[in-house]
Design a protein around this ligand. Sequence first.
Ligand code: NAI
Length: 340
Amino acid sequence: SRVLKPVATVAVQNGAKNFSTSSELKMKVMVAGASGGIGQPLSLLLKQNPLISQLALYDIAPVTPGVAVDLSHMDTPAKVLGYKGPEELACAVADSHVIVVPAGVPRKPGMTRDDLFNVNASIVRDLAECVAKNAPKAIMCIITNPVNSMVPIASEVLKKNGVYDPNRVLGVTTLDVVRACSFIGTINGVDPRCVTIPVIGGHSGVTIIPVLSQANPAPKLTDQSKIEALTKRIQEAGTEVVKAKAGGGSATLSMAWAGARIANAVLRGLKGEENVVECAYVKSDLTEAKYFANPLCFGKNGVAKNLGYGKLNAYEQQLLKAAIPELKKNIETGEKFVSK
Ligand code: NAI
């Protein structure tokens, strides 16, 4: 019979450096919506993650098995399998540690994220139903818009199935953080990878609150009007992309980058690494909104600690005040969809 060599040995023979050992390679990550604008580059990035041993690509698109074969030829350890259509969904989901969800329709110019609700709500509901039955311990990272409503939908479905754990359902707001870091990096003339900033609230318009007063380094902006303009740009950055793509969709490549980053944080936490911090939108009792995004520490069971949002200045408090009613409305829309 064929004896498989430990990955580490193969890596050394290939002359690869900093390669993970086989003992570290145990995680199964499933991508739902893997053939889409976000799904494909996200899967490309995940295939390079040494913490992932299995990558299950699921989509309803006919190209999905081909996307999987294509990625499987990359010489990285993660094993890639493709699953197409609802009849293969349960297999794709089964035993997953992390499920990343960019399944659904994106915005076209003139549309808000809420305009996507009707189509995307049933997609997320059906996926959550399958997760509840086949991988109830998986950590769901929901990219599908409107994120503010999709997380309550998935949570309510898991609750109905008796398997809800609020520490395992995340709305992905990482792109807002990535954008804020990128813009501040440019303003300050520094490497954006050195910038840190919490972006709190939710993931649409006024619910996106970049806490610029806590950015490190502080943005080199002289007056309040510039701070407000930067805040607005971060809030509307998604629309900037939608307009620039002129009907060709919304952010996909930067979103893939952000999705790979949050998935990596979740995986590092699951592996037992300490002090892994990222912002995400989760069940929360910090404000009147039942779900809220802010810095979280990840651990072996998903969210290990909610780190709160620290001190806000007067302007940021005003932003928070404007965000809460909108968040509450979005959350209620999601919850109502499941209860009807
Ligand atoms: P896309 O249309 O390029 O890809 C979506 C994919 O989902 C397609 O391959 C489609 O076949 C698939 N799909 C549709 N129904 C499905 C189902 N029932 N099960 C599995 N797969 C299904 O769209 P794109 O650009 O990749 O965007 C996906 C979603 O991500 C959109 O809702 C978009 O608004 C959202 N998004 C979220 C961001 C965030 O920061 N959270 C940023 C950018 C986009």
